[in-house]
Design a protein around this ligand. Sequence first.
Ligand SMILES: NC(=O)c1ccc[n+]([C@@H]2O[C@H](COP(=O)([O-])OP(=O)(O)OC[C@H]3O[C@@H](n4cnc5c(N)ncnc54)[C@H](OP(=O)(O)O)[C@@H]3O)[C@@H](O)[C@H]2O)c1
Length: 281
Amino acid sequence: MSDIPDFQDLFRLDGKVALITGGSRGLGLHTATAFLYAGAKKVILTSRKSGGTYGLNQAVERLNKLPNIKGRALAIPADISKTEEIQRLVKEVQKTESKLDILVANAGAAWGGPFDTTPDASTVKVLDLNVRSIFNLIRIFTPLLEAAGTLSDPARVVIVSSTAGSHVPHVGEHGTIVYSASKAAADHLARNIAVELGPRHITTNSVAPGFFPSKLANGLIESLGGLEGLERENPRRRLGVASDMAGVMVFLCSRGAAWINGATIPVDGGGRLTAGRLSKL
Ligand SMILES: NC(=O)c1ccc[n+]([C@@H]2O[C@H](COP(=O)([O-])OP(=O)(O)OC[C@H]3O[C@@H](n4cnc5c(N)ncnc54)[C@H](OP(=O)(O)O)[C@@H]3O)[C@@H](O)[C@H]2O)c1
C-alpha cells in the first residue's frame, strides 16, 4: 500500500490566499474563478482599471456571487509595470495578511505588426510588463510567500507565459517577435527563480497558453482570419476555454504539484507543434 495522506485534499486549495495580476478579465479571471471553486479563502485581484465592463469591480462582484464557494474575492488596483506600485500593493496586502500562499503573474501586454516599422514604445511596454515587472513582482512578494511555504506544501508562483515563448508563431504583417521573446524570457525567469527560491519553500512554474479568446487575443485572432480557421488548425479542433486554464492552475497550486518546480506546462491542445501560419507567409 502506498502512503498518500489526505488524498481527498490533494487537488484542493482550501484556506489558501492567492493574488492574481490581471485578474479582472480573461485568463486571470478564469484562474480566480477556479481558485474559489477549489476552496481558496481569499483571492486578491489586481489590474489598473477599477470601473467599467473590464474593470476589477465587475469581476469581484461576479466572483463573490459564485455558488458554493467558501472564500471571497477582493480587488486592489495597481499598475504593476511600475515598481513603486508593486511596493504599494504589497503594503496593501500586508494590512490584512501576514503571508501569501499563491502568486499568479498573469498580467501581460501584446503587440503585433510589421518588423520594419515597429514603434520603440511597443517594445518597451511589452518587455517592461512581461519580463521586468514579473521579476520585480516575485522579488518584492518573496517575504510574504516565504512566510507561507513549508517543506511539504510550498508557496507557489505561477507565471503565465505563452506558447509563443517556445516557437515562432507570427512574423510578417502581424509579427509578434518581441512578445514572443518576452514570453521565452518569462519561462526562463520561472526556471531561474525556481532554483533561487526552492530552498525557501517556494516553487515557481510557468503555464504557456495557446489561443484563448480574450480582449488581448481577439484582435490577433481576427487578423489571422477568425476563430474558425484557428480552430481548424489546432490538433484538438478548438481554442482554449476557461476550464482548460482552471485545470492547470489549480493543479500547479495544489499539494499534488508540491514537487514540480521550474516547469513550463503548455496548455494549447498541441497547437505549438504544428507549422501553423508560418507556412503561409
Ligand atoms: N488569450 C490568449 O490567447 C493568450 C495566449 C497566450 C498567453 N496569454 C497571456 O495570458 C495573460 C493574460 O492575457 P489575457 O488574454 O487574459 O488578456 P486580457 O483579457 O487582455 O487581460 C489582461 C489583464 O492584464 C491587466 N493588465 C494589463 N496591463 C497591466 C498593468 N500594467 N498592470 C496591472 N494589470 C495589467 C488587464 O487589466 P487593465 O487593463 O485594467 O490593467 C487585464 O486584467 C497575458 O500574460 C498574455 O500574454 C494569453
